[in-house]
Design a protein around this ligand. Structure first.
Ligand SMILES: [Mg+2]
Length: 249
């Protein structure tokens, strides 16, 4: 055991997902691929829903901004007919190709994933050491929280549907970027306030050095997650690191 929570006065372990609890490949090769494959069929099946109307409204604003910038996105059709639905799908694919942080796309992906989880066509993935570590920490009175850029709903579905069973009973709180960006120290201060803990009582685990820097600036203890398949981090040497949650106890 490299990191002894008790000795360091840690009361909450705050976990990143992608590259920390879950392989980065799951997000890219399973989740993103699923959204892309089911884009057109989802939009066709739900074209008159309030959710798709909200997606369309958000994307229309983003599309106008792309046109104004001269980015030349695929053409946009107004309404709910076949042309309009095809144009939403084409623009969403265009945004995915560019890996855009688009609010409209994120909402649409979330809706597609939600349907996939509900139909059991999607299930969550975590590294084998994750469930046991969560149980071990909680048995010693240490809470488990999650902070990820995926929405709270998407996080919940992931942890509910793992091959190890429903892990949500082991998770005390979920945070997404509604609290702020993962590289902003203010986000970590807000999480500490929400958990009613001093930042120094929280250990943040992430595979991204820039996130650890932000959390450390807010006063949290930090540790770098080094998992197979994670891209190497510049300045990794300035952090303690773990290769498995078995090293945190
Ligand atoms: Mg990550």
């Amino acid at each position: 055991m490299t990191i002894r929570l008790g000795e360091r006065g840690i009361r909450v372990v705050l976990l990143d997902i992608e590259g920390t609890t879950t392989p980065i490949a799951f997000v890219h090769e399973v989740l993103f691929a699923f959204a892309r494959t089911h884009l057109q069929s989802y939009l066709d099946a739900h074209r008159d829903s309030g959710e798709v109307a909200e997606v369309r409204n958000r994307l229309a604003v983003e599309h106008a901004a792309d046109v104004a910038r001269g980015d030349a996105p695929p053409s946009w059709s107004i309404g709910t007919g076949d042309d309009a639905i095809r144009s939403i799908a084409a623009y969403a694919s265009w945004l995915m190709d560019r890996d855009r942080k688009s609010p409209g796309l994120k909402l649409l992906q979330g809706l597609i994933w939600e349907e996939g989880y509900r139909a059991c066509a999607l299930s969550g993935e975590v590294y084998d050491d994750v469930p046991g570590a969560m149980r071990r920490w909680r048995e010693t009175g240490v809470a488990v929280a999650v902070y990820s850029s995926g929405s709270v709903l998407a996080q919940r579905r992931l942890f509910e549907s793992t091959p190890h069973g429903d892990l949500m009973p082991l998770v005390d709180r979920l945070f997404d970027t509604a609290v702020g960006a993962k590289v902003d120290p203010a986000s970590y201060a807000a999480i500490a306030r929400a958990l009613a803990r001093a930042p120094g009582e929280i250990l943040f685990v992430s595979d991204v050095a820039a996130e650890l820097v932000a959390a450390r600036q807010a006063g949290m203890a930090v540790v770098l997650s080094v998992r197979m398949g994670n891209p190497p981090q510049a300045a990794a040497g300035e952090f303690e690191f773990i290769r498995s949650f078995d090293e945190i106890g």
